[in-house]
Each structure stands twice: as C-alpha cells, then as structure tokens.
Design a protein around this ligand. Structure first.
Ligand code: ZN
Length: 440
C-alpha cells in the first residue's frame, strides 16, 4: 500500500472501530447514532424517517424496536448472555420477557453453532414475535440444570425506520448510485465495511471535478431498501447509469461481485473490468448467488443496472454472521482496497465516453512530443498502447470498450486521452454518452 492509501486505510479502520459497539437493528437509535456519526464525514446527508405502518410496495414498515437490557441469570447467580458485554447475544427484535425457566424450557430459545464452538451467532426475528439468545456453543455445553431467570427489557412500538441519503450533483442528471446497509449490530465486515467505504467514496466524489451525479444511501437491509425505492424508484430508473451495492468489502480476501439479474448492465461491465485488472483471483457470482439489497434493486419491477461489490462475499467466509466477524477480520488494507475499486469504478464511468480521431491516417506524434525521440527497448509497449488507443478512437466505441478490447485497464489511458485532447487530436463524440446497455 502507498503511504496515502495506508493513511486512508487507518482512518477507515478507526471509523469502523468507532461504529462497532453501537447496537444497531432494523430500526431504532442505533441506526440514528450510526447515521449521525457518518454525517460528520458527509455534510448534506439527509436522514429520512418512515413511520411504522407505512405501506411500501408489498411490505409495511414494522414497529420500532428498543432494548434497554437483556441477560440470563444461571442457577448459581452468574449473568450470561448480557448484551452490555456483546450485543449479538440477543436475537434482534426479541419481545420483552421477565420470567424464570428450567434449562429444558430455555434451550429452544438458545442458539449456538456447534461447528464453531467459540462463536456467538447473529440472529434476528423481525417479522415473527419471538425471543431468544445467541451463545457460544462452548458456553452452552457448560449450562447446568436448574432455574434460569430471563430478562429482556425491550419495547416494540409505533416509531419509524431511519435511512440516510446523500445526493451529490454533477454536470448531468445521469447518476451513479451506491447503496449499503446499516442494520447489523457489532460485526465489522458484514456490515461496517460497506458504510465506511461508501462514506470515504462520497468524500472523494465531493472533492473531484465530476460529470455525473452521485447518490449514496445507507439503509437498513431489505425493508430499508424497499422503503427508499418506494419513495424514488422512478427517478432512479430515469437517471441511474450504474449502481453498486456494497457488502463485506473490508477484509483481505479476493474481490468479488454479484452480477445484476441478467449480468449485462453497464455496472456489470465496469465492475468486471475493474476487478479483472485489480485482482487475478477475483470471483464473479451470478444473480443466483444474491443475498443483499441487489435483491430489491434488480427485482423485475425496479431493474436498476446494479451489481454488488464485496471482498469475501457474504455467506462465503467462516466468520460471517458471527462474533468472529470483528475488528481483526477487517483490515486497513482491506478497507483501502475496497475504496480503491469503488473509486476506479467511478473513474471508469466518468471517462466512459467516445472519442474520434481528428486527422485521417495516423497523426504524427513525434512533432508533438508524444513519441519517444529514440526507439529504446521498453518504450515499445507504451507506444503500442498509445497507437492502439488512437486506432480505435473512431467514435463508435466507448473508452471502456476500447480498453477491454486492448486488454488494458481503462485508467492506463487517462493520461494519453488528456494529452491527445490537449493537442486537439481527439474530439469527444457527445451524442448519447451512455449507450445504456439494455437488459434484453
Ligand atoms: Zn448480514
């Protein structure tokens, strides 16, 4: 990692660390606190509250959940599964309980992972009234028969669901859409890597000259994405040229992507290109392996050109949805790498225009200082890249298509494009800058 990448990686990891202890769920103050911290980095972040009971397409916003304390007291008087020690201990959306149970009665409400005896699993019960605790299997095995007191001081009430949205206007209404989720309690890769990469990417966008507009949203997974879409799906359908859902993008594993439903959108093309030229081991999953908010964004009635970007994909790494998904699994280099690929996707899209050579035959590069004075071995490749680029600038293919044809990363041509335009050798073809790849 370069020094500046290292510094950014450290800042990102610090932000993950700060957000880690907050007890988030689908709704509630954990989400609000998370958004307020992200808002410190994102001036203009709009926080929306959608009241419980609001109809959103086929769904309804659930009641808000609040929990003050939750624990179990064993027959010897020891406190177990105390959420003030680890908030994964309580099944999300547990209803209130204050009662005593035998071990046999308690057991069906205890959840562990025998194959990972030291991990506390992550579980929720958003849409069915239930209470339960998650416990490491090693602790579970030590429980003795006797009376257990269960205390869950929780409330379910008509409140609201909260999500954040930041719109950064560009020269055109065509927009790049980035979504990530903010509803998991203390786990680092799934999910804090997504919000933190999105936050730093938004800060990057705000600081650069841009042609496109950008929209970043931070939603509780599934119902939050549905609530957001029910507010503005028509606008998104009109303007989004490429979208990226971020999930599990902060560890050191190989990069991966989940394709859009049909796998042929501009977002697919861009993500494939960036990952292919970043990581020889990158993995491409079809939409059949979906699991995050791409399920909503790519559903038939919405059908946005969107892919999910990950490093170790959700469900594919052993620490997933357990207490082992912690601040050690997510690294400075992992986060910095996640940010780097997302920014490269943005650069691909910003530069994805068509150019036409202004002169018949090859231009004379030497008199413009664009050709090496002496042919020295080693110059060949640079010259060949430049002349190959020129050869395909006939106004019919986008820079991304040309780069793919030449099997070179698109960013390796940015400098040449700028020089050729400075020398008036290339003109931009302005009709339909985005030949938005059709889904059919
Ligand atoms: Zn998850």
């Amino acid at each position: 990692m370069s020094e500046s990448n290292q510094q950014v990686g450290r800042q990102m990891h610090d932000l993950v660390t700060r957000l880690f202890p907050i007890h988030r769920s689908l709704t509630g103050d954990g989400v609000r606190e998370t958004l307020s911290i992200l808002g410190e980095h994102l001036p203009g972040l709009n926080v929306h509250e959608v009241p419980s009971g609001t109809k959103c397409f086929d769904w309804e916003i659930p009641r808000e959940w609040r929990v003050n304390e939750a624990y179990i007291v064993d027959p010897s008087g020891n406190k177990l599964c105390d959420i003030s020690k680890n908030n994964l201990h309580l099944v999300g959306y547990s209803i209130p309980v204050d009662d005593t149970f035998s071990l046999e009665e308690l057991r069906p409400h205890l959840h562990s992972l025998p194959e990972q005896p030291d991990a506390i699993p992550y579980m929720t019960s958003y849409y069915r009234d239930y209470w339960g605790f998650c416990i490491s299997d090693s602790e579970m095995q030590r429980l003795k028969p006797g009376d257990y007191r269960v205390v869950i001081d929780s409330e379910l009430f008509d409140g609201s669901l909260t999500y954040g949205e930041l719109f950064i206007p560009g020269e055109t209404e065509q927009e790049v859409f980035v979504s990530t989720y903010i509803c998991h309690p203390s786990m680092a890769n799934d999910e804090l890597s997504g919000p933190v990469v999105a936050t730093f990417a938004a800060a990057w966008v705000q600081a650069v000259d841009r042609r496109l507009s950008y929209r970043f949203v931070f939603v509780p997974e599934t119902i939050g994405a549905i609530a957001f879409l029910s507010n503005c799906h028509q606008e998104l359908k009109r303007n989004v040229v490429a979208g990226f859902n971020l999930s599990c993008i902060g560890d050191d594993g190989a990069y991966s992507m989940v394709e859009s439903r049909k796998g042929n959108s501009l977002a697919d093309e861009v993500a494939r290109h960036v990952l292919r030229h970043t990581d020889a081991n990158f993995k491409q999953y079809s939409f059949l392996h979906r699991g995050s908010d791409e399920r909503q964004y790519c559903s038939p009635g919405i059908d946005l050109p969107l892919v999910t970007l990950s490093r170790s994909k959700f469900g594919e790494y052993p620490e997933y949805h357990t207490s082992l998904d912690d601040l050690n699994l997510v690294t400075e280099s992992g986060l910095a790498g996640g940010l780097d690929v997302l920014i490269k996707c943005f650069q691909c899209l910003e530069s994805n225009q068509r150019f036409r050579l202004n002169v018949p035959c090859e231009p004379q590069l030497g008199k413009r200082g664009l050709y090496p004075n002496l042919s020295v071995r080693g110059n060949g490749e640079t010259v060949r890249d430049l002349t190959n680029l020129i050869s395909y600038c006939d106004g019919t293919e986008t820079l991304l298509q040309i780069a793919s044809r030449l099997d070179r990363p698109v960013w390796s041509f940015f400098d040449s494009i700028e020089k050729l335009r400075d020398h008036n050798l290339l003109e931009q073809v302005t009709d339909q800058p985005f030949q938005n790849t059709s889904h059919d």
